[in-house]
Design a protein around this ligand. Structure first.
Ligand code: MG
Length: 231
């Protein structure tokens, strides 16, 4: 499992855990997030392009809102404003057709489990009933003890905190794990935590953006990664 990574300098003999990001990795959900952010911030007097949503994927809700507010309002958003905007964003997101599991993800997750690897979810998402959603799409893979969500962290990606917490939950060191990420800030977080990070380019950004964020390798899809990992 993952022995192809040796050619990129990763010692797979010691691999114990795979830390998976969620949006854009396990679910084909980034289009919905982009739509929801664009609509929500506009309703509250801010502007955000779809490309900005992809570039800033992984930040906490408050982090994203303040990024816009500091430039466009020349001040931070109040906690009340953050709450209102994030609620609108969640409402729009939940009104959109449900995102499907990412093709190839189920195959990769099952193979990780069969190989005895610990599978950990590391997401900035603060969605409710996340475990049920994961269980529905990927039965028997995820448990609450191996999940890091928005409720567990203070800083969020690109800070290393979420991935450091993922390592702690998995009970292994940085050299015994790999990260699977689609977002530039998520890749930066994985690398800042000292972990070998695979960039999976499932969105509209150029491969070079993921490589420049520090990805150890960049692959074109979860399907491609599942096929390489099985070799
Ligand atoms: Mg993602």
């Amino acid at each position: 499992m993952f022995s192809f990574l040796t050619q990129y300098g990763f010692e797979t003999n010691y691999l114990k855990a795979v830390l998976f990001d969620m949006d854009g990795v396990l679910f084909d959900s980034m289009r919905n997030h982009a739509e929801a952010w664009v609509q929500a911030v506009e309703k509250h007097g801010l502007q955000m392009t779809r490309e900005m949503v992809y570039e800033n994927e992984g930040r906490t809700g408050d982090g994203t809102i303040n990024l816009l507010a500091e430039v466009q309002w020349r001040r931070k958003a109040t906690p009340e404003e953050c709450k209102a905007i994030y609620e609108t964003k969640s409402r729009v997101f939940n009104s959109l057709p449900e995102a499907l599991p990412m093709p190839g993800a189920a195959q990769l997750l099952r193979a990780c489990k069969q190989a005895g690897l610990t599978v950990v979810l590391v997401t900035g998402s603060g969605q409710k009933s996340l475990l049920e959603k994961l269980e529905h799409a990927y039965p028997g893979i995820f448990t609450s003890e191996y999940m890091v969500t928005a409720f567990d962290v203070k800083y969020g990606k690109p800070h290393p905190e979420p991935y450091l917490m993922g390592l702690k939950k998995a009970g292994c060191s940085a050299s015994e794990a790999i990260v699977v990420e689609n977002a530039p800030l998520g890749i930066r977080a994985g690398r800042a935590a000292g972990i070998f990070t695979i960039g999976v380019n499932t969105g509209p950004l150029a491969d070079a953006v993921l490589a420049n964020a520090g990805a150890n390798i960049v692959v074109g899809s979860m399907k491609e990664l599942a096929e390489c990992a099985a070799l």
